[in-house]
Design a binder for this molecule. Structure first.
Ligand code: NDP
Length: 491
């Protein structure tokens, strides 16, 4: 219950919500999943399986095939055959029909995919339902439209497909990342081998089932599950023409070294440490919502998260107070509950990483604040939304990607000062600017070194709009025509 006292909202702490869990009745999951190769689910060559865990309970959901080089050989062979036999032979209009069918079927099964994404990854069901699954379908719809128009998309450049694309995705947006990778690759006329993240393989495997149902020719999409070694087997495979990777900067660097001199095309979407900049003339209440969405969406497991907040000194006290008040209202809890704002941390390892960074921040002398919310006590991995003030440019928590619900706050006085501070990072993926003045927006968007810059909003995604980074955030773009061109070669 809210009561307005002056300019500050008071939230009655006795208010509680009745549980509103999303039903799981419609979800069909197998106890065990093989690799998806040549249009069929097949057992792993080495017979090994690992468990995928529900991070909100710590309990196993299913057994997943552990891929090795032999599996990768089979998958790449299937993709090459499918490329030669079907996918490079059929017209762009035919390819578009298949991709369009995947998009439609994904929309039809959106609820099931949303629940599985939340079960496997820990993100709130509200986000899976309203962001991950609709955006994944939107990417298939968008790229379906380009499949028969490549000549128009790139006039006078004679676009041609590459062949077989190897794709490796992380655990923070599993289905969406699969869509970002598979949809443009297929539209451009390539076949694919995809390696999902070890902790979140389920929606990619459900997508494989959907692809079977959509009647896609066998081998056009292959999915090999496993860990980092499985990913390395794909990167190092001689039979692929392109590698598309989303994940950590460390692994991105390893991949770039492995493919140097091989002629394979590469795109890398890596880490980030985005500046979210609030000027004194910004609409403060909306900006506070933008800060919350920027850092606490998906528990902060977001490469473009607004993890470095810069507030103009004259409004710093009021912004920080409003932010803390708003943090108090966030519900951390069962990801399947529709009231939940912040779900479970994706894995025990990631929770350890976040907790380690919180200790580092405290030891560096920064002031720590966390929301006082209750955390679930029946297993699982949890972390309260938090922020650090009194941080400096050289603090590790300001420079390094934490990938959790931890915000660092700094202040600034002038436009030039904040541009310098915001650009003082190894990363360059995204940024946000909050101000009433269009001129300031233009100045910042032209001077901030970031691939995506949001003005008076944050974490907005659209398939038509390219996404990617500078510096150690990688290179190449996903989304839009830029994303399509990275799956093509030109005469
Ligand atoms: P990784 O970069 O290790 O994982 C991303 C993907 O690459 C996964 O599918 C992973 O497999 C695979 N992989 C791991 N090692 C190799 C390798 N040598 N060759 C090829 N593929 C490989 O990220 P983590 O999951 O370990 O997360 C660590 C940190 O990375 C996070 O704390 C965060 O800071 C950052 N990160 C950034 C992301 C982004 O979108 N920018 C996304 C995810 C993480 P597997 O899952 O089996 O290890």
């Amino acid at each position: 219950m809210r009561t307005d006292t002056g300019s500050k909202l008071k939230f009655n702490t006795t208010w509680s919500y009745a549980p509103a869990p999303e039903s799981q009745d419609h979800v069909q999951l197998n106890k065990r999943y093989g690799h998806f190769i040549g249009g069929k689910f097949v057992a792993p060559s080495n017979g090994k399986y690992f468990k995928t865990i529900n991070p909100s309970t710590g309990k196993a959901i299913a057994n997943i095939a552990q891929g090795d080089e032999d599996d990768m050989n089979k998958a790449v062979r299937a993709a090459r055959q499918a490329y030669k036999k079907y996918w490079s032979k059929i017209s762009g209009a035919e390819r578009g029909k298949y991709i369009y069918r995947i998009a439609r079927m994904l929309q039809e099964r959106a609820r099931e995919f949303a629940v599985i994404e939340t079960l496997d990854g820990g993100k709130p069901i509200r986000e899976s339902k309203s962001i991950d699954i609709p955006l994944a379908a939107a990417h298939f719809f968008y790229y379906a439209g380009w499949a028969d128009k490549l000549e128009y998309a790139f006039p006078n450049r004679k676009p041609e497909s590459l062949g077989v694309a190897g794709q490796i995705i992380p655990w923070n947006f599993p289905l969406l990342m699969a869509a970002w990778k598979i949809a443009p690759a297929l539209a451009a006329g390539n076949t694919v081998v995809l390696k999902p993240a070890e902790t979140t393989p389920l929606t990619a495997l459900k997508l494989a089932e959907l692809i079977q149902d959509a009647g896609l020719p066998p081998g056009v999409v292959n999915i090999v599950t496993g860990d980092g070694k499985t990913g390395a087997a794909l990167v190092n495979h001689k039979g692929i023409d392109k590698i598309a990777f989303t994940g950590s900067t460390g692994v991105g660097k390893l991949i770039q070294k492995s493919v140097a001199g091989t002629g394979k095309k590469v795109t890398l979407e890596l880490g980030g440490k985005a500046a979210n900049i609030i000027f004194e003339d910004a609409p403060i209440d909306q900006a506070v919502e933008g800060i919350i969405n920027g850092i606490y969406l998906n528990q902060g497991h977001v490469c473009c998260a607004g993890s470095r907040l810069f507030v103009q000194e004259s409004v710093a006290d009021v912004v920080i107070q409003k932010l803390k008040d708003r943090m108090e209202t966030l519900i951390v809890g069962d990801p399947l509950d529709k009231n939940t704002d912040v779900g479970a941390i994706n894995s025990k390892e990631q929770l350890n990483t976040i907790q380690n960074y919180i200790e580092i921040g405290k030891n560096e002398g920064a002031h720590y604040y966390e929301s006082s919310c209750a955390l679930p006590t029946n297993g699982g991995f949890w972390c309260r939304p938090s922020l650090f003030t009194n941080t400096s440019q050289s603090s590790r928590i300001v420079q390094e990607e934490i990938f959790g619900p931890v915000l660092t706050v700094q202040t600034f006085r002038t436009v030039d000062e904040v541009i310098k501070k915001a650009n003082n990072t190894h990363y360059g993926l995204s940024a946000g600017v909050w101000t009433d003045k269009g001129s300031k927006i233009f100045k910042l968007t032209s001077q901030l070194n970031a691939g995506v810059i949001w003005a008076n909003t944050f974490n907005e995604f659209d398939p038509t709009s390219p996404f990617g980074g500078y510096k150690e955030s990688g290179f190449g773009r996903e989304g839009g025509l830029h994303g399509l061109s990275d799956y093509l070669k030109f005469a």
